[in-house]
Design a protein around this ligand. Structure first.
Ligand SMILES: Nc1ncnc2c1ncn2[C@@H]1O[C@H](COP(=O)(O)OP(=O)(O)OP(=O)(O)O)[C@@H](O)[C@H]1O
Ligand SMILES: [Mg+2]
Length: 434
């Protein structure tokens, strides 16, 4: 059963319940009030008759008393007994005596219901006056009330159900259109109900925001995949062309060496690219964090890059002391590798200095170079994947810093690049202590 019908049923049921309680409560109250009024009237009539017979008339009631017995809301019947003997009685269809138990009771007055009659009995010495009136008219009024009351309650419940269905329809209709539109994520068409000022409008606006984010993320992922494929294809094609070309013609040993060097460089670049892509996907999947010494990680990377730096005539050094961070050693080493790799790649003379230590209760790693530096406007932009800044002559894909950022973000750390006087870059990584 859908929401619309459920709400309609619930509201009808609740309305019916509330009205039924109201009708029953007020019906019972009305019944009691009417009976009380009747009792009072019968009591007054009994007294009038008793006073009349006290004046001496026994066998027949005077006309004025007979008048007093009939009222607009029904006529009463009077019986007069003396010492248990019926003296006067004009109720043809009334049961006799009207209220038998009163004859054996010591009470001076009572009011009861007896065989479909309401009976008021009054005793004064040897005289008993009983005034009765059939309950049928009262019951007829009550029955009408119950009928009208229940019909009204049923009708009101039905109306409540219909009203709620219409109201819920008006609410769910834009919701349904919304749901259909959400299924067709691709379509950039605006979401319906955006302009509504109610809760549906708020939901539509929230969805519009989330869908926008989702579309942007999808677009980013698609672009990333295309860029990654392109970056992988270019060096592989270059490598193949070189090798095929080289195999096809006679060659000297200097040719061999040149091709070998180029191929090694390209292969190394391919390996780094593959490592970076792997690290990126690992940070997406979640990292395996445990206490790791950043100094040790930096030492490994410096050792690995020492010959490359020496080959370029650069001095490379590591200062500081052990500093434990909570993190994934493999991913962190990849991040440090990218920073030190960049420092060596973009420095033609001078030195690369790496420092690890504790700063403001956080683990800090710094890579300082004396290289070509960077346009200050690009210091943040280069963290985007495949963003290579102005320097594109040197080998690279522009993925290294994106990996650094992704890894450090996953460790709740920060990474920033700064221009460093007179020239060069200072990369600073800050991580929470283990
Ligand atoms: N130490 C640095 N000195 C000067 N420029 C830098 C330095 N580090 C990064 N850059 C600039 O930022 C760009 C992005 O760096 P990133 O490491 O992301 O890519 P890449 O080094 O070009 O390629 P990859 O790291 O994928 O091999 C670089 O192309 C370069 O322009
Ligand atoms: Mg790099």
């Amino acid at each position: 059963m859908n929401l619309r019908w459920r709400l309609a049923l619930i509201s009808s049921f609740v309305t019916l319940l509330a009205l039924a309680a109201l009708v029953i409560g007020s019906g019972l109250l009305l019944e009691r009030v009417r009976l009380r009024d009747l009792d009072e009237e019968l009591g007054v009539q009994a007294k009038v008759v008793m006073d009349e017979i006290a004046d001496g008339t026994r066998s027949e009631l005077s006309l004025s008393v007979a008048d007093a017995l009939s009222t607009a809301i029904g006529s009463s019947v009077a019986w007069v007994y003396e010492n248990g003997q019926l003296m006067t009685g004009d109720g043809i269809n009334a049961p006799e005596p009207l209220e038998p138990s009163f004859f054996s009771s010591p009470q001076t007055s009572s009011v009861t219901s007896h065989a479909g009659w309401r009976v008021y009995s009054l005793r004064r010495s040897a005289m008993i006056v009983q005034i009765g009136r059939p309950l049928a008219p009262l019951e007829r009024v009550n029955l009408s009330y119950w009928r009208i009351g229940s019909a009204t309650a049923l009708l009101a419940a039905l109306l409540a159900g219909i009203t709620i269905t219409v109201a819920v329809n008006r609410v769910t209709e834009p919701l349904e259109r919304l749901a259909q539109r959400v299924q067709t994520l691709e379509s950039g068409a605006p979401i319906p109900a955006l302009g509504l000022r109610d809760e549906v409008g708020a939901l539509a606006r929230a969805l519009e925001g989330s869908l926008g984010d989702l579309r942007r993320t999808r677009a980013r992922e698609t672009r990333f995949l295309a860029d990654a494929a392109h970056e992988l294809r270019t060096p592989v094609t270059a490598l193949l062309t070189d090798l095929e070309h080289h195999a096809a013609r006679p060659r000297s040993s200097s040719d061999d060496r040149a091709v070998l060097e180029r191929s090694t460089r390209t292969a190394r670049h391919l390996r780094d690219l593959a490592s970076n892509l792997l690290t990126l996907s690992q940070t997406e999947r979640g990292l395996d964090k445990r206490p790791v010494d950043m100094f040790e990680i930096a030492a490994n990377v410096v050792d690995r890059n020492a010959s490359l730096a020496a080959h370029k005539g650069l001095e490379i050094s590591l200062d500081g002391h052990p500093a434990a961070a909570l993190g994934d050693a493999v991913a962190l080493e990849r991040a440090v590798e990218n920073l030190i790799g960049n420092a060596i790649k973009f420095t033609d003379s001078g030195a690369v200095r790496v420092t690890v230590g504790i700063h403001d209760q956080r683990v800090q790693l710094e890579v300082l170079d004396t290289g070509i530096g960077m346009n200050p406007d690009l210091l943040e932009a280069v963290f985007e994947a495949f963003e290579r800044g102005a320097e594109t002559r040197r080998e690279g894909s522009g993925l290294g810093l994106a990996v650094v950022k992704s890894v450090i973000d996953a460790h709740v750390g920060t990474v920033t690049l700064h221009q460093h006087a007179p020239h060069g870059i200072r990369a600073v990584v800050s991580l929470p202590r283990a």
